[in-house]
Design a binder for this molecule. Structure first.
Ligand code: NAP
Length: 306
């Protein structure tokens, strides 16, 4: 039994835990499948205030974890597989045991989306990846592709040039979602070339071994289909909120992002949400941290009022 359980350990979860722990709520943080969240698979974070020289993602998350533990939050490895928000106290199930909680903060974040083209699943981990930070070092002195036109694609493409001999960024349009500064950095990198108005239709492996060999591409203007020999393909096309476990209990939009009422309140009284799980728009570490703080303050007030 806990007064407050926080599900998720990204900037939102840890900031909520920091505030809740300092308010003597002794929160329990379930760290989830990717402890530390998305920043643990990013490289340099240059836009988190207080780090004028930048900070490496995993390092930032490690600092956040140590900070919450200093104030008495309990960080538990574990993934919440089932929740019952229809009962009071709420019941959460991590597969091994059930835990009851008076209040819950959902900070489960979002995960990388995939292209869902033939070959992608089969070749994932065999030349295909959704995380340059994790896998770039396996692609030294070879030609790799990055799919996407947002900040993730620019960031991954730029990072990959440290290892690969050539990086081709494949984007389905001519305009980019990426911020000007990140796009410019990629455009000015001599190892990066852009292939625009192009979609990946299939990922092709070698006949004799499980390894990516080429991408089947289609030009969206001419409809021409071609094949590009490639050694690696990084998919960087955005994210999906991690809300499957809350289906039928918490209100969400058509993409699965949680819908919030005032502040961080969900449709269930006593359940609050923070970070990317309820934010399709800003999706920044600092906004996640900010809403984590809000969720903890609201949970604290709600618990006090009961
Ligand atoms: P995003 O901004 O949503 O961009 C996704 C890109 O993938 C878009 O260019 C989109 O094309 C393309 N795409 C989506 N589905 C596709 C499909 N099925 N086939 C081909 N292309 C597809 O996602 P993101 O780049 O991951 O960025 C998400 C948020 O995180 C943004 O707010 C971004 O600023 C932030 N971010 C910040 C940093 C940083 O500051 N260091 C780094 C990474 C991300 P269309 O444009 O045609 O829709």
């Amino acid at each position: 039994m806990s007064r407050l359980v926080i599900i998720g350990s990204g900037p939102a979860g840890y900031t909520a835990a920091l505030y809740a722990a300092r308010a003597d709520l002794a929160p329990i943080v379930y760290e989830g499948l990717q402890p530390g969240g998305q920043l643990t698979i990013t490289t340099e974070v240059e836009n988190f205030p207080g780090f004028p020289e930048g900070v490496v993602g995993p390092d930032l998350m490690d600092r956040m974890k140590r900070q919450v533990e200093r104030f008495g939050a309990e960080c538990r490895p574990g993934f919440i597989q089932k929740v019952d928000f229809g009962r009071r106290p709420f019941v959460l199930d991590d597969g091994d045991q059930q835990i009851e909680a008076d209040a819950v903060i959902v900070a489960t974040g979002a995960s990388a989306q995939l292209l869902k083209v033939p070959g992608e699943d089969h070749l994932m981990g065999y030349g295909v990846s959704a995380c340059a930070t994790c896998d770039a070092a396996f692609f030294r002195n070879v030609h790799v592709a990055v799919v996407g036109g947002g900040d993730s694609a620019m960031e991954e493409g730029t990072y990959l040039t440290k290892f690969a001999s050539k990086v081709t960024i494949i984007h389905r349009r001519e305009e980019f979602r990426a911020s000007k500064i990140m796009l410019k950095r990629a455009q000015e990198n001599p190892k990066i070339e852009f292939l625009l108005n192009t979609v990946v239709e299939e990922m092709l492996g070698h006949d004799d071994k499980r390894r990516l060999r080429a991408l089947k591409l289609r030009d969206t203007v001419t409809n021409e289909v071609s094949e590009m020999a490639i050694d690696g393909c990084f998919v960087a096309i955005g994210h999906k909120p991690n809300t499957d476990v809350f289906k039928g209990q918490l209100d969400m939009d058509e993409k699965g992002y949680l819908k919030l009422g005032h502040g961080t309140r969900t449709n269930v009284e006593g359940v609050f949400a923070a970070g990317d799980v309820a934010d399709a728009e800003y999706r920044q570490a600092i906004t996640a941290a900010g809403t984590g703080c809000m969720a903890a303050l609201e949970a604290e007030r709600w618990l006090a009022a009961r």
